[in-house]
Design a binder for this molecule. Structure first.
Ligand code: HEC
Ligand code: HEC
Ligand code: HEC
Ligand code: HEC
Ligand code: HEC
Length: 459
């Protein structure tokens, strides 16, 4: 009970008139979030923000970049719609502990809907302003965050004519601007990219992962990889800047961003081998590209796995399962033929629901993941229903993991060249779940992160 109460806090937001900026409201959201009482969120109206199309009339380039990013689809994207309306809302209506997510999901995915108390917002097909998602005027009126750690939409916001920007005196803007140190920090992103669920578990910790990394030490922030600097205008026919931030927000939905995140090398422990003899292959996986763990963010959905095969001179293919290492919880990091995700039964109103296949990948392949467990200890993709986390077997920033594959060359294998290939694959959403919920295929298609192959002689 005490757990629940800390999340259903009645701390109501306070509305202050800022002395510095006229018509500027500052909302101090409580840090114990996911407020169960929707009425506490009715602080603003949609009219307090301009639409991205209005900003896009002048900031054409930036608008076009943003429009192609997931930020502009944070409320309308098919999987978001399915997860929110089909799972989270019905679950919140049946289970008091998670009741707050009905409003809370929108704190990051449709922050205007959250602050105006438009809960639940209309479906994307209704074309309301909830669809604008994480848009220009929202980000550019955030002035800071409340508390010590940015997480759970604890933004301080000041909608109005004054837009927060990186520069002191931009040339002749038709609206107010204010130089913000904050906008350029990783903490700004952490407001929505760190999340604690109603059970107090960190179900999203991209900023916290980054903070412990060498990138934070070296002052490389989120913006440096996701909003790269380039010579361009920021407004149509405006001044050219050498370091204008590109609003790309490329992430896990972008094949090019995923490609090459991890570098692979496979090498045998022998120069040649005879049939019936064992040989061991080691795969080195180096996370050379991500400023946080891989996968990060929606870790409960994502699956990253290593598949190793050997092919002999006659074309026979042998699948090599990974050697077990023996750490606690390792069973969740090896592809298996088991059912999981039984807690969807609550939202689906089906007490006989047995779950769906956990992984949907070849049995025995190594998975780089951290499992999320529901209050009954079963694996879940419902991040809001997570009461504990499994072993964290993801690949950290600039970390190298070694995996070994022992293989006894079969008696009937052809003599000559044995080719060994290692492929690292990635899916946004485990396929059996995507298929079960009717999520369009683009969410479960396989991205190849990298591959490598080598060969050895069978004597
Ligand atoms: C009528 C044209 C116009 C519209 C509409 C417009 N802007 Fe601007 N904006 C400008 C101009 C011009 C500048 C200054 C140009 C420069 O930086 O070289 C500017 C500057 C900015 C800056 C400051 C950038 C810095 O360098 O610090 C931000 C942030 C910004 N606009 C955001 C917005 C947002 C958000 C909207 C929509 C709510 C918007 N603008 C609508 C023309 C416009
Ligand atoms: C997720 C939050 C977010 C969204 C959404 C967003 N911006 Fe930005 N914007 C930023 C950040 C962060 C910066 C860079 C701040 C820095 O480098 O200090 C920035 C920079 C800018 C700048 C100044 C660029 C420069 O480098 O001189 C302009 C102008 C701007 N944004 C306009 C827009 C417009 C127009 C949209 C919508 C089409 C938009 N932004 C959407 C966060 C956002
Ligand atoms: C107001 C909340 C909010 C803020 C602030 C914010 N984001 Fe996001 N961001 C989101 C949401 C919600 C999504 C998920 C979109 C979706 O539904 O797939 C997202 C998606 C992304 C993605 C795409 C991920 C993918 O799966 O492809 C990237 C990259 C990203 N954000 C980076 C940033 C960076 C960098 C910053 C800081 C400059 C930032 N975000 C600030 C809410 C926010
Ligand atoms: C050194 C470059 C680098 C830095 C710094 C960095 N990222 Fe990333 N980010 C990547 C790469 C590469 C990927 C694609 C691989 C992956 O999903 O991890 C990525 C992926 C993402 C995704 C998609 C994850 C998913 O599964 O949907 C989000 C969201 C994101 N980053 C946000 C952030 C935020 C927020 C920060 C700062 C706290 C940040 N990134 C810092 C390189 C970086
Ligand atoms: C603290 C902010 C925050 C809250 C609260 C939040 N999300 Fe998210 N959500 C994000 C961000 C940021 C991403 C993108 C991270 C990534 O790319 O992995 C995301 C990603 C997702 C995705 C994956 C999108 C994709 O295409 O892969 C779904 C689905 C989703 N959220 C649904 C929900 C639901 C349902 C809730 C409420 C139970 C919720 N979110 C609460 C910030 C939040």
């Amino acid at each position: 009970m005490s757990q629940k109460n800390s999340f259903a806090s009645t701390n109501s937001p306070t509305k202050n008139l800022s002395l510095l900026i006229s018509i500027c409201f500052v909302l101090l959201l409580s840090t114990s979030l996911y407020a169960a009482d929707v009425s506490t969120t009715k602080t603003y109206s949609y009219d307090d923000w301009e639409s991205p199309e209005e900003c896009g009339a002048c900031h054409i380039d930036i608008y076009q970049q943003w429009k192609q990013s997931m930020m502009s689809e944070s409320f309308t994207h098919h999987w978001d719609e399915i997860e929110y309306f089909k799972l989270a809302v019905p679950h919140a209506e049946k289970d008091e502990v998670v009741a707050g997510v009905k409003a809370g999901c929108n704190g990051c995915h449709s922050p205007m809907a959250f602050l105006t108390g438009d809960i639940p917002p209309s479906r994307p097909s209704e074309n309301t302003r909830a669809n604008e998602g994480v848009h220009c005027d929202f980000c550019h009126t955030i002035t800071g965050f409340d508390g010590d750690v940015p997480f759970n939409f604890n933004f301080v916001i000041a909608p109005g004519d004054t837009k927060q920007g990186p520069r002191e005196n931009p040339e002749d803007p038709p609206h107010g601007t204010m130089k913000s140190q904050f906008l350029g920090t990783a903490e700004f992103c952490g407001i929505c990219h760190n999340e604690k669920d109603p059970y107090g578990i960190w179900v999203k910790s991209t900023h916290l992962e980054w903070k412990e990394s060498v990138y934070a030490e070296q002052g490389v922030v989120c913006q440096d990889c996701h909003m790269t600097k380039a010579q361009s205008v920021t407004v149509d026919e405006g001044q050219i800047y050498d370091d204008a931030r590109q609003h790309l927000f490329h992430g896990a939905h972008d094949a090019g961003k995923i490609r090459g995140t991890v570098e692979l090398r496979i090498h045998p422990d022998a120069n040649s081998v005879t049939v019936g003899e064992p040989v061991k292959f080691t795969v080195a996986l180096f996370n050379q590209k991500a400023g946080h763990k891989f996968p990060t963010g929606s870790v409960e959905d994502r699956i990253l796995w290593l598949h190793v095969e050997a092919k002999d001179a006659s074309g026979n293919v042998y699948h090599l399962p990974v050697d077990k290492k023996g750490f606690d919880g390792e069973e969740y990091t090896i592809g298996a033929d088991v059912l999981a995700y039984q807690d969807m039964a609550i939202a689906l109103d089906d007490p006989n629901f047995k779950g769906v296949q956990r992984d949907g990948i070849p049995i025995g392949d190594r998975i780089f993941r951290m499992a999320y467990f529901d209050p009954q200890g079963r694996m879940t993709i419902q991040q809001w229903n997570t009461k504990s986390l499994g072993v964290d077997y993801r690949i950290g920033p600039r970390e190298t993991k070694l995996e070994t594959f022992s293989f006894v060359v079969p008696e009937n294998a052809a003599k000559g060249k044995l080719e060994i290939s290692a492929t690292l694959n990635y899916q946004l959403l485990v396929k059996p779940v995507a298929d079960f919920l009717g999520v369009p295929e683009e969410e479960s298609k396989i991205f190849e992160v990298n591959n490598h192959s080598t060969s050895i002689e069978i004597l």
